[in-house]
Ligand binder design. Sequence first.
Ligand code: PMT
Length: 398
Amino acid sequence: MQRLKNKHVILGVTGGIAAYKSADLARRLRKAGAQVRVVMTAKAKEFITPLTMQAVSGNPVHDDLFDLKAEAAMGHIELARWADVILVAPATAGFIARLVNGEAGDLLTTLCLATTAPLVLAPAMNQAMWKNTLTQDNVQALHAKKIAVLGPGEGDQACGDVGPGRMLEPQELVDRLSEIFATGRLTGQRVLITAGPTREAIDPVRYISNASSGKMGYALAMAAAEAGADVVLISGPVDLEKPTHMKCIDVVSAEEMHAAVMKEVDACDVFLSVAAVADYRCKTVATQKIAKKEAELTLMLERNPDIVASVAALSKKPFVVGFAAETENLIAHAKAKLKNKKLDMVIANQVGQKEVGFDSDDNAATVIWQTQEKIYPRMSKQKLARELIALIADQIKK
Ligand code: PMT
């Protein structure tokens, strides 16, 4: 599975001889589908140039906490939020010590403190420095804080010593990094997800639809698959690449989506209704293109089946999660949908704004279930999807 596909990786480079391998690492991360932004410490630039790292990462290098130009483009807090993971490779003994101390003296340490993304360190240093009890104490502190430490490897060192302290090879780091996203939280669960819009035909060339891009539904499908679930994704017409490692079914109209869901639902444990299903369809669809004749045209619409409510009404029903897309009274409307559609959980998101909701890369949500509510601030749809899948997995276990 391409777990790193579209993942936002901050590659932190600190000042050690292994920094020359960071260029190859950035290249391999991109090849694995990740978007890479490099952050270099001042000492890292003694070993490898920002120009090289910019060329291999495809993005400008970030190296200064107080760079007005960089802050105007993507401020350090925004960068911390952008990250799905921060990988520091090589991580020197000095960097590890600063991190353990909670220092924020430069851009990289500041990002490590400011992010909620997982931190992964690939130590690289002389074998005696690695074995030193001060370093080992710091590494224990990292373990205690659930900061992943990959390596180091053993072998010949640049200084002529032999022993532990070599940075792991770039491909091994890429492989091990991708495992961070494989949580196994939904192993053994079958998850059915609808995504994207539906199209309701008016005539052979025109239709009624909405602006759903499918990004939120596809992100949830990928997060569920990463969490170990068997996923079936039923999608309306979208411009997204089909995710791998899951069954994908394409539909166009709400009626087709309803039929596809009802065919698959028996076998599933969780149903996520992310699609923006048209509530109405044309009562009659013109067989020929409607010609422009009259000043006004009236379309008679009739109700489409409510897919999520149909699933929630089944006697043997899965755990049913609906979305509520609202332009006003978000929470009140979402609570009404939770109750009226008999959902187990509703994910309320504000729509009608540019930055979140329909056709944006980010989203924000309030999740409501039983008597509880949890707020997720604005973040990438991929990151939000992973958080939502973790929450759903916890609820299923209960
Ligand atoms: O696709 P993106 O561009 O990434 O945008 C994501 C999104 C905004 C579309 C998504 O996050 C979202 O909110 N999806 C639900 C959109 C919607 O139709 O909301 P609603 O409040 O109208 O419907 C409530 C729930 O009923 C939804 O779970 C919906 O899937 C379901 N429904 C609605 C009508 C219908 N006939 N059948 C349904 O199952």
